[in-house]
Design a protein around this ligand. Structure first.
Ligand code: UDP
Length: 324
């Protein structure tokens, strides 16, 4: 199939492009390279440098390459930053996605797979979150994605554009070739591994007074290659709808630090910091719907595998990607 992957030079998008290419699909990566990296684009893919807000270039690209499905990753994804600059998130994530939807309609693409997030749920009202959990985001990042979720059924109903929205829990880990490199790194695992690599003295634990067993936040970490596999299944057999992608098991920040100490073979000093605004105490998926309807199963998402694949990638790319 001819697929266009927006944000295909970013973390999850690059691993997804790699998998689609391995499966014989013809992949065009569409990325403005603001957060993405040229080096993260698989050599077998075509790269078009463009912005999702540029609907004309998008529609032109879709037509020219006879794109049948769009996988829309391109977005800003930092909870903390969204609490400082909400407009940045609503413009890029919400208006940008609407532009992608309109380009799909204009160019007759059949299907869109949208990267959504567990941040659309807000504060959990149950142990594990299934898709029917109320969606009341507690940060603009989650809200910017939820607004897009609300558009999708209307585009399907009115324009016949099929959709699958995948609500990722915490993406982590790496493939052999592609890993996580943000220009300003705020994510837990890369920051902890930086200490193990000797690139920083210590890491921070944001919040030690949460109502969790050890007081630090609990998250459901899912391997980026498992996430990529779900997109393939969503393309092949996913019915329009919303799916959680998580493992169903949560780990605390302190447990992640211990796992990193094990793989890095050294003690990782940390300092206890105040809570980070916008962070719910615990986000763990009830992923049954994706298991049953997409026949998805996380195969690489033990904490050990996640941390060790991330570690291997960072060892091989100590400065991350070197080109813009
Ligand atoms: N976190 C932390 N120290 C860091 C980075 C993150 O304690 O240096 C915490 C953060 O507060 C959250 C969890 O680790 O509870 C996961 O954060 P991350 O930014 O990796 O992903 P998010 O859950 O925000 O998508």
């Amino acid at each position: 199939m001819n697929v266009l992957i927006t944000g295909g030079a970013g973390y999850i998008g690059s691993v997804c492009a790699e998998l689609f290419l391995n499966e014989g699909h013809c992949v065009t990566v569409y990325d403005n390279l603001v957060e993405g990296h040229r080096q993260a684009v698989d050599a077998r893919a075509e790269l078009v440098v463009g912005d999702c807000l540029d609907r004309e270039l998008l529609a032109q690209t879709l037509r020219k390459r006879q794109i049948e499905a769009v996988i829309h990753f391109a977005a800003f994804a930092l909870v903390g930053e969204s609490m400082q600059f909400p407009g940045k998130y609503f413009l890029n994530n919400t208006v940008g996605a609407q532009s992608v939807l309109d380009a799909c309609v204009a160019a007759n693409a059949r299907k869109i797979i949208f990267s959504s997030t567990c941040a659309t749920y807000g504060a959990p009202e149950s142990e594990a979150l299934d898709e029917s959990h109320p969606q009341r985001p507690v940060n603009p990042y989650g809200e910017s994605k939820l607004l897009v979720e609300r558009m999708l059924p209307w585009y399907e109903k009115i324009h016949g554009l099929e959709f699958v929205a995948l609500r990722y829990f915490n993406a982590a880990g790496a493939s052999e070739a592609f890993g996580e490199h943000h220009r300003v790194e705020t994510h837990l695992i890369p920051n902890v591994l930086k200490v193990a690599l000797g690139q920083s003295q210590q890491c921070s634990v944001f919040g030690s007074d949460y109502p969790t067993p050890d007081g630090s936040c609990v998250r459901d970490y899912v391997h980026v290659r498992d996430l990529a596999a779900a997109h393939l299944l969503a393309l092949e057999r996913g019915k329009s709808g919303f799916y959680n992608l998580g493992t169903g098991t949560g780990y605390s920040v302190l447990e992640v630090i211990r796992a990193c100490e094990k793989v890095g073979g050294r003690k990782i000093p940390f300092s206890l910091q105040p809570r980070r605004p916008g962070d719910p105490a615990k986000l763990v998926a009830a992923p049954k719907k994706a298991f049953e309807e997409l026949r998805w199963a996380p195969r690489l998402s033990s904490l050990e595998q996640i941390v060790s694949t991330a570690w291997d990638w960072h060892l091989r790319h100590p400065s991350g990607y070197v080109t813009r």
